[in-house]
Design a binder for this molecule. Structure first.
Ligand SMILES: Cc1cc2nc3c(=O)[nH]c(=O)nc-3n(C[C@H](O)[C@H](O)[C@H](O)COP(=O)(O)OP(=O)(O)OC[C@H]3O[C@@H](n4cnc5c(N)ncnc54)[C@H](O)[C@@H]3O)c2cc1C
Length: 392
């Protein structure tokens, strides 16, 4: 692979985070997987060591380190250590930035310090049983009642759905006259009328809690409205390039890990008096994958650089998300195949990686939606491509 460039600080950060995973996360993974949820204390430990939400300025308790390269390191290490269900990036860099971009000063002071320490865990709730890709089709409403908004509706497939103390919930604020007016509301754990369903049983990513959420006449104080309550859709669009890049980094790191596991296996496994790696079929398959992985790494690293200078477009990030997730699914599939029966056994990491991988072509925008974004860019220009969450 071409040499990847990291600063000395970033290399030290990677070493320290790797050590943190070995000490505080890996020993608990099996138990969390059985429970279907990561222990809350993990967030506190990550917060105490400065690995959770590092971007807020020091006045909010953070390190003021906004360079995505650091989060890329966290995402990669989580995959390399097989601790991906400990998905701290969802809290730190997927949901947290909504507070950075749209929260008032009062909201930042009230919420950010506890997000940095891990006392407050974040989630975001957009998807509904009948509204995923077609987000503008959501039914949840939040109606202005003077001193508060009255929130009603159901959300589903919400990551951190059980663990989250604070959720950013999307709902329509003028469903009759302006169905495209969507607001983002900060819903706290103890709000009356807010309840959660049981943890949803999933094909993979079994240590991560995913849940349904119910809102029945929940009074959301005006102090908990995020920005302009009619601009939720453009707000959601604004973060999409970074969200898709997070998914791409995650997919590519998982694919690298699945490849390494498989390569090692083929060097050890003996059959017909030679190792599996001696067969030309094995070498051809792994060579193809190795070449694709190396090429994609260059593109993804370039996207990370572009993000740092605000030059990453939603279209370029969509291309990265599309191809890395499709490649991951092929790598884990070939990985299982080369493992033979062992690949179907839960005790082999490739088995879990196979079931974990499948959702990456679905969440954070499906592969089909990614193709629509790229297609629209080809035929209609870049600007329209941002409106990908409510494609007709
Ligand atoms: C494990 C997991 C965690 C998740 N976490 C969260 C979370 O934290 N918060 C949250 O809000 N959501 C979350 N989601 C929801 C996720 O974002 C949605 O599942 C995803 O956007 C797809 O929406 P959908 O499930 O409604 O499928 P649909 O949108 O109904 O898609 C069904 C099929 O139709 C295709 N399709 C859709 N539109 C078009 C089109 N215009 N043209 C052609 N084909 C199309 C899709 O590609 C797909 O193949 C999570 C989902 C999962 C599985």
């Amino acid at each position: 692979m071409l040499k990847r460039e990291f600063t000395e600080d970033q290399t030290l950060f990677r070493d320290a985070y790797r050590k943190f995973l070995q000490q505080e996360i890996t020993p608990h993974m099996e138990q969390w997987r059985e429970q279907g949820i990561v222990g809350r204390e993990a967030f506190l430990k990550a917060g105490a060591q400065g690995f959770l939400m590092i971007w807020p300025e020091e006045e909010y308790g953070g390190l003021g380190e906004d360079d995505f390269r650091f989060e890329q390191i966290i995402i990669e290490e989580n995959q390399y250590a097989l601790t991906a269900d400990w998905n701290c990036t969802l809290h730190s860099r997927l949901v947290g930035p909504y507070l950075k971009r749209f929260a008032s000063e009062e909201q930042k002071q009230r919420l950010l310090p506890k997000c940095v320490t891990g006392e407050t865990i974040l989630g975001i709730a957009m998807t509904e049983p009948d509204a995923g890709s077609d987000l503008a089709g959501m039914r949840a409403t939040a109606i202005d009642q003077g001193d508060h908004y009255l929130l009603n509706g159901n959300k589903t497939y919400i990551s951190n759905g059980i663990n989250a103390d604070v959720l950013i919930v999307a709902a329509k604020t003028d469903p009759e006259n302006n169905p495209r007016y969507i607001g983002l509301f900060i819903v706290e754990r103890n709000f009356e009328g807010f309840s959660r369903g049981a943890m949803l049983k999933k094909m993979g990513q079994k240590g991560q809690d995913t849940a349904e959420l119910f809102f029945q006449n929940v009074k959301v104080p005006k102090a908990n409205v995020l920005g302009d309550p009619s601009k939720g859709l453009p707000y959601l669009m604004e973060g999409l390039a970074e969200e898709r890049l997070i998914a791409a980094v995650e997919c590519l790191a998982a694919a690298q890990k699945a490849f390494d596991i498989t390569l090692d296996f083929t060097k050890e496994r003996k059959l017909f008096k030679k190792t599996l790696g001696n067969f030309q079929n094995t070498q051809f398959k792994l060579s193809d994958l190795r070449a694709e992985l190396d090429m994609q790494q260059v593109y993804v690293d370039q996207c990370v650089k572009a993000l740092a200078s605000d030059a990453l477009t939603a279209v370029d990030a969509a291309k990265a998300k599309l191809l890395t997730s499709e490649l991951l699914c092929r790598v884990v599939d070939e990985g299982v195949q080369l493992h033979g029966g062992a690949g179907y056994m839960d005790e082999y990491p490739i088995c879990r990686m196979y079931t974990d991988a499948r959702v990456t072509r679905i969440y954070a925008g499906t592969s089909e939606v990614m193709k629509l974004i790229v297609g629209r860019d080809l035929y209609q220009g870049d600007a329209v491509a941002f409106i990908d969450r409510d494609l007709a």
